[in-house]
Design a protein around this ligand. Sequence first.
Ligand SMILES: Cc1ncc(COP(=O)(O)O)c(C=O)c1O
Length: 392
Amino acid sequence: MDIRPSKRIASLPGYPFAEVDRMVASLKAGGHDPIDFGVGDPTEPTPDVVRRAIQQAVDTRARDGYPSYVGAPEFRQAVAAWYGRRFNVPLDPDRDICATIGAKEAVFNFPNCLIDPGDVVLCPTPGYPPYNRGTLFAGGVPYYYPLRMEDGFLPDLDAIPEDVLARARLIWVNYPNSPSGRVAPDGFWPGLLAWAARHDIVVASDEAYTEVWFDRPPRTILEFGRDGVIVFQSLSKRSNMTCHRIGWVAGDARIVDLFKKLKTNVDSGTATYIQDGAVAALSDETHVAAMRDLYRQKRDLLVPALRDVGCEVFTPEATLYVWPRVPAGMDGLRFAKRLLDPAVAVVCSPGPALGEALPDGTHPGQRHVRFALVPSVEKVAEAAVRIRKAFG
Ligand SMILES: Cc1ncc(COP(=O)(O)O)c(C=O)c1O
């Protein structure tokens, strides 16, 4: 039988990190031990407090059936209480919050709530791939706005053409930003909200990295307003729970309601014992502070090494990423390949793999690479030595 993929699936480029995985595999096959900064998946264990809670819950939930689509009441209450403590933002657990199976599924599926064929979705480039993939699957048209070092990795909203704005229904913003590590200044949020209200554009704020900060805790957009706003959050990075798949959306109850309607048709909710683990995670800040401390140490080892070899580096204020601009005369791909020399064996992601090219064919990530600070502190120290040698 001839299996013919749909046009939509056939038109998708491969998942960008598959290429990185292949490069690592070939180094390993050659007997090398690469230090892998490729994929942003924490290598530290899920904290004890969370694992214990999940273990217990598997038994106490022995007779549970399908989970609730929107999340167990105790999970949504824990999320609301956390917003109160962390941001001083009051949320109604019943109206303003819905559990998700991690942020990725929510980000990918969400455009279906608002987008009709031909509607424009404004997506950052570089940016998290599901912003545009979800847009395309919903029949929308992504318009990419660049995030450049010169602009402090903030969008130039006034540069978006009027005819695009007229068709735009949704903008994705992501602060703390992956991959740049930029935290939006407080003044950014009121400006964005006023602009969005003027153009009738819903703001989808991906806040998956608010807890991985180094200097000062980042704000949520919900501190500045919630009319036409929906936030995407996750415990993947805050509590090293990438394996467990738990997050939530929160914000304007009218939009959350649309998301709930979509969700009841797409999935059957996140396992209730995982939600119990999430409640334990949200009630503990000790492990979060320890996680931040580790990333800070790693950042402070890697950034000086990259500067020493001629990279221009914005010191990340948050997230697990470093996004250097490589030395003049090179592009991100060449730099990454140089580090894949078996004598160096350091893996990073070439910038063009993250996000899309602009209409003029240029890519804001062309001269960048991304390091995900996931190897151990010792390995990051070793990588700093190897990088200095590679370019020394
Ligand atoms: C910017 C951004 N948003 C959301 C996510 C999704 O996280 P998860 O699906 O694990 O909750 C990631 C994961 O790497 C990310 O980088």
